[in-house]
Design a protein around this ligand. Structure first.
Ligand code: ATP
Ligand code: MG
Length: 395
């Protein structure tokens, strides 16, 4: 029996060198350990281009599922470790071949330790010869059913016949901080996931309008944040009381400009929160054309109130693609729970689809939003969310 005792992890997108490479690996190493923190007995080790986890009997299925969620991993394999000795290597390769149902195979060897006396080609040949002699398998170098991979390190060699695709991207947290506008909807949690996948550290800002929006609605947002926090550790959610601003906007402008003004205020507040918490960009779950406020004219009008970059990872995605991703990352079922959002409560019947900056400024000149914004920022509350918080509390 092949005994898969060690996970071998390969890195993605590692064209970076020097300090960046070091940061990449350090962060990937700690993120990987964090993801597997609840599994006892694991031993972690790293070299300049691999991470190894000795399983010590831990359940491979759980580890497979968790590792597939760590950004920065390009692929990983469950391997059998043997001493770096050609006889031991041959013996394990043969066992893998004997246990397979496949008919064709190919040997793929990587010699990390150049002092090993045989070159990769020689190792391939010797192992293939052993398999050809003792089984009915045939070599097929172009389209093999079975690929036997051998990675030779100084003392240890890792052998496997599988290669599992990782999540790709960059280790969460190495590329700076972004303030994501997080609603209780389907889109923004998916945007959090996409931003984290590019190595950004995400903080969230949420606009609540109590008593028009309930505690349940707020808790839903915190639960969504806790779910996506799994990918980066913990996730602070800054909660802004938006009620006074929203009421003032409605009083001043009403239908059809209220949504535009509301979103311009949200962006201003998000930018203020960025300054307060050292974020370099705002993130949103906007997607072109999805609703009235997401036409290009609308986006331009809303975006014009801020000076920092706004990252919109979902901008060109279809709703169905976004829903698929929400299901994949596990936020969908929570997102569709029917709790009122501040936007849905005040939702005007005929929001303008082609707002102008001039008209927005005209309305804004008519009330003291500056004071209301300053107050909202000052009274902002922060909740740190962490993986593992359930949704049961408010159901
Ligand atoms: P979502 O599913 O993310 O709520 P949506 O399709 O409902 O998006 P909008 O309500 O127009 O679209 O919101 C667009 C984006 O604005 C959201 O993806 C989110 O980033 C931000 N946003 C909307 N409402 C709020 C809120 N109450 N608090 C924080 N951000 C919000
Ligand atoms: Mg929404």
């Amino acid at each position: 029996m092949v005994k898969y005792d060690t996970v071998l992890i390969r890195f993605g997108e590692l064209s970076t060198k020097g300090k960046n490479r070091k940061d990449f690996i350090n962060r990937l190493f700690s993120n990987t350990k964090y993801m597997l923190r609840e599994i006892g007995g694991l031993e972690f080790r790293r070299t300049y281009d691999r991470i190894y986890i000795k399983l010590n009997g831990a359940d491979p299925e759980i580890i497979r599922e968790k590792l597939s969620r760590v950004f920065g991993i390009s692929s990983f394999s469950f391997t059998e470790r043997v001493d770096s000795d050609i006889e031991a290597i041959k013996e394990t390769c043969l066992r893998i071949a004997q246990e397979t149902e496949h008919k064709t195979f190919k040997m793929i060897t990587r010699r990390h330790d150049k002092s090993f006396p045989l070159r990769s080609d020689d190792i391939n040949r010797q192992c293939a010869a052993e398999i050809l002699k003792n089984t009915d398998l045939k070599v097929d170098v172009h389209d093999p059913q079975l690929q036997i991979r051998v990675e030779v390190q100084e003392n240890d060699t890792y052998i496997t016949s599988e290669k599992i695709k990782g999540a790709g991207g960059f280790p969460a947290g190495i590329n700076g901080k972004v303030m994501l506008m997080l609603s209780g909807g389907i889109d923004s949690p998916v945007a959090a996931y996409e931003l984290m996948k590019r190595g950004l550290r995400v903080e969230a800002i949420h606009f609540a309008s109590p008593p028009y929006t309930s505690e349940n609605a707020k808790q839903k947002v915190l639960d969504l944040a806790a779910m996506v926090s799994e990918y980066q550790g913990h996730l602070p959610v800054h909660i802004v009381n938006f009620t006074d601003l929203q009421l003032a906007i409605y009083k001043r402008a009403g239908d059809p400009y209220a949504v535009t003004l509301m979103r311009r205020m949200m962006f201003r507040l998000a930018q203020a929160a960025c300054e307060k918490y050292n974020c370099l960009a705002i993130g949103t779950g906007e997607s072109i054309g999805q609703v009235a406020s997401q036409t290009l004219e609308s986006i331009a009008c809303i975006n014009s109130v801020v000076q920092i970059p706004v990252l919109r990872p979902l901008i060109c995605m279809d709703k169905l693609e976004i829903i698929d991703l929400a299901k994949k990352i596990g936020t969908y079922e929570t997102s569709i729970l029917p709790f009122e959002d501040c936007c849905t409560i005040f939702d005007p019947k005929n929001p303008v689809t082609k707002p102008t900056i001039k008209k927005s400024e005209y309305y804004e000149a008519g009330f003291d939003w500056q004071t209301l914004c300053a107050k909202a920022i000052e009274e902002m509350e922060t909740v740190i969310t962490q993986p593992g918080a359930g949704t049961e509390d408010y159901l």
